[in-house]
Design a protein. Sequence first.
Length: 274
Amino acid sequence: MRLTFHGARGSFPVAGPNFTRFGGQTTCLELRLAGLAPLVIDGGSGARELGRRLLAEGAGETLLLMTHLHWDHTMGLPFFGPLYAPGWRVRLGGWPRALAGLAGMFGRVEGLGRFPVEFGQLAARIVQDPALAAPRFKLGPLEVRTTPLNHPQGAIGLRFEAHGRALAFISDNELDPAAAASQRLPRFCQGVDVLVHDAQFEPDEMPARKGWGHSDWRSAVELARAAGVGRLILTHHDPDRVDDQVEAIVEKARRAAGPRLLVQAAHVGLTVEI
Ligand SMILES: [Zn+2]
């Protein structure tokens, strides 16, 4: 599996000289595996650039798995080129209401539109595949499992396995020992080679952010250690967190992780072979 980050920012895109190392685009990832159409995870603002690349490559088909429909995970979709490409097939899965959410982003009623193009005008064949919203499903050589997360209005975490390697993508999620969704995660993430987890906050920010649906880096490290993960990639960086502050979080997380757990922060353009 090859995972590429096209957006690692939480909540809202940012730009400027303080955001060059980790990038300002919101959540969008690309998972590639031989024998599988390009798989896109979430459609944050990073989806625009990814769409350009996919069009240039001309695969003709895209799988799009949505973890939930909050706007920082969907705002790139009206600018996702394959949706406009005649003959292109987009198969939607993950969040059960992904298709309704996508359709709602486009204009339909005069004076109430959010976007100048109507959903029905999109040239691609866009289908929601109910099989891809099951707790467990297969995509060619890829095994996918999902789990509910602790996030306002809900979200799902994803676990991918192929050829004996495993990846878990857990964003957006507030790790809380009292939440049933959190209690299930050490088992869900057990033994993955790579865990990508929400680390929007510092531990001392959490009391004021309780219920916002995001985690601090220390809780993410604790989950990774409990699950025997090899490599932890922190993501969903707060839009107020400048590059040096994200670097500082990584340093603190590395010290807490110890020598057996590799820790880094996601950035636009980061590619990981799993
Ligand atoms: Zn969210």
